[in-house]
Design a protein around this ligand. Sequence first.
Ligand code: ATP
Ligand code: MG
Length: 462
Amino acid sequence: MFRLFELFRGAGQELYLVGGAVRDHLRGVALEDLPDLDFATNAPPGESARILREAGLPVFTVGSRFGTVGTILGGGGRRREVQVTTFRGEVYVNGSRKPRVTFGKDLQTDLARRDFSINAMAMTADRRLVDPYGGRLDLERGILRTVGDPRTIFREDPLRTLRAARFISTLGVRPEPEVVEVVRELAAEILSVSRERWLLEMNRLLAGSGVEAALGFLADTGLLAYLLPEAQAMVEFQASQGRYHHKALWPHTVAVVGQAPPRVAVRWAALLHDAGKVTTRSVDDAGEVHFLGHETAGAVLVDDVARRFRFDRALWHRVRTLVLMHQRPALYDGAWTDAAVRRLIRDAGEVLADLLDLSRADVTSHRPGVREAVLARLAELQARAAELIRIEGEGPLLPKGLGREIMARLGIEAGPAVGRVKDRLEQAVLDGHLPRNGPIEAYTEYLDRLAGRGPDEGRADR
Ligand code: ATP
Ligand code: MG
């Protein structure tokens, strides 16, 4: 099946497909469609590198992984990342955070070192399954079970507690009661794991189809309180949400995450969109509950989370904008002018599609008709935005170089005054009086016309 098997056999070395690839293949993914492959071998890393190189394959060392050599397989017009790792052996946890790993002598020892039974299977060149811990049966029954004593497994590498949650989400497996118990006991250990590893697992967890169960697991075991105290605060938030919400804050949040499309930024935003409600709740004289400014409070919480989890700039900006704007599309009522729709397009920028998806996911009402009505309004808003974008494009409102032209014409220096003139011109574009990103003369003529109206020089259009 894979050329790699031939190469290693030719060199007199053992090679097995292991881990996630075997698991996902048993779940029905064709071997050809697996995006990345992990192999285990008895050959030391230097020898694996030599075998690959002599076959003309690229070789790179995988820094983060002990004893791992990486390569790329091309077959079938597809590019696949492949890692070949020398069998691992005993692990010594000598009180330090980084366990010391040694090379192992055989496949059995290597599999014994893995976290869950479903991840501890291997496949030979002739497609024979090696499954010492009953991983196949656990997979069929949808059970998440550790390889050996859970206390030892989770203590050795506390990231596994979060990996458990990730597999609950991505594979739809249920954790054994003992797994839940031990993770609850050791939850605080997650603090000793690097935040980069938190992020990798959380991103995958959030994108999974079993994300609701996984969030339930995080809350149940106490992991949530360490990873995301701002989400834990929602779990503990008991107050009623006013008459438009029938669900408590956390169940609502979990439902929104589950309904959101499985893209990382939208799912993060769904998780945090209402987190600002915890600190902004108020009750007015009529007994109505309000959460004034909860979007802004939520954006501040996004910043905390983004720093903690080391979001890259793009993800940070996306999640922040989504949380900040999450109420906007829901305000659409059909009476919006084109200017109002344009303003939404401008403010949302590249997150517009995500924002509309988030708004749809945010509808969790079960009252008859409510859901359909909101979704119909959002569909109309989306159609109007799409039509405006089709006609006018969605680039910048004003052309490049306009600032310089304004300074020259009006004889003003760079500074806030230029910004004010530009704001006014943007307003005119939004209102449909000027083209979007048109020729510079269109804007300067417009300014001349405004100036010609009187001493008020342009303030007229406000
Ligand atoms: P995916 O298919 O999503 O990549 P995966 O199971 O392959 O999932 P990886 O992180 O790529 O996850 O790890 C590959 C294999 O290495 C796992 O299937 C598991 O056998 C083993 N493994 C990875 N991380 C750990 C860990 N922290 N503890 C024990 N075994 C691990
Ligand atoms: Mg993998």
